[in-house]
Write a protein that binds this ligand. Structure first.
Ligand code: SF4
Length: 197
């Protein structure tokens, strides 16, 4: 499940000194994905899994120096039960947990929120509804799931952030500002970094 580990970051968990963990695999196929090595089966199979024990050892050694763990991907929620188990372990060690998600699995999100397993969640809003499928590179996907995740997060009592990557010629800032107003959310914009630059 775990393909990458950054032991120390000041930018991935708002307001916290944290470590970041990258899970492999994603149920979307955004043509502009900046983490393609984490979602393409062929390249993913070349990246060794990082043993859970080595991550836990590393985290335990940093107790008192880092406050939280950011779990990002890929899409962490595709790991469902393994994700629940992993979060339970790091929570039991006293770390705060931030989850990055594409919002595709509201039932997983609901479980995590109900069981107070996450302390912060950041969800990507990929585009306006009319361009969503094109932006996530799928022919079909129930956008009701995205809507459900947005509602769950909006109504949760944990810190959260909705964010959009401004992909040139695909995601327009002004349309997204209108969309955010329609959804009654605040949106945080990220600039697109080409993997070819
Ligand atoms: S949801 Fe994220 S990780 Fe998945 S394909 Fe899209 S940009 Fe890549």
């Amino acid at each position: 499940m775990i393909k990458g580990f950054i032991p120390f970051t000041l930018v991935d968990f708002p307001g916290k000194v944290a470590a970041s963990i990258f899970t492999g695999g994603c149920n979307f196929n955004c043509p502009w994905c900046q983490n393609r090595s984490l979602i393409d089966r062929d390249s993913l199979s070349l990246i060794e899994d990082i043993p859970l024990n080595s991550i836990l050892d590393n985290l335990k050694r940093k107790k008192g120096k880092i406050e939280g763990v950011c779990i990002t991907g890929g899409e962490p929620t595709v790991w469902k039960d393994q994700l629940f188990d992993f979060i339970s372990i790091i929570k039991s060690e006293g770390f705060l947990v931030k989850l990055d998600t594409n919002g595709s699995n509201p039932e997983v999100l609901q479980f995590l929120l109900t069981h107070k397993m996450i302390d912060f969640v950041a969800m990507d809003i990929k585009n306006v509804w009319e361009k969503y499928l094109m932006t996530i590179g799928l022919r079909s996907f129930s956008l009701n799931k995205i809507e459900s995740s947005i509602e769950l997060i909006k109504n949760s009592d944990i810190g959260h952030q909705f964010r959009t990557t401004l992909v040139p010629e695909l995601v327009e800032k002004s349309s997204m500002e209108d969309f955010a107003q329609e959804l009654d959310i605040e949106i945080h914009f990220q600039e697109y970094r080409s993997v070819f630059s």
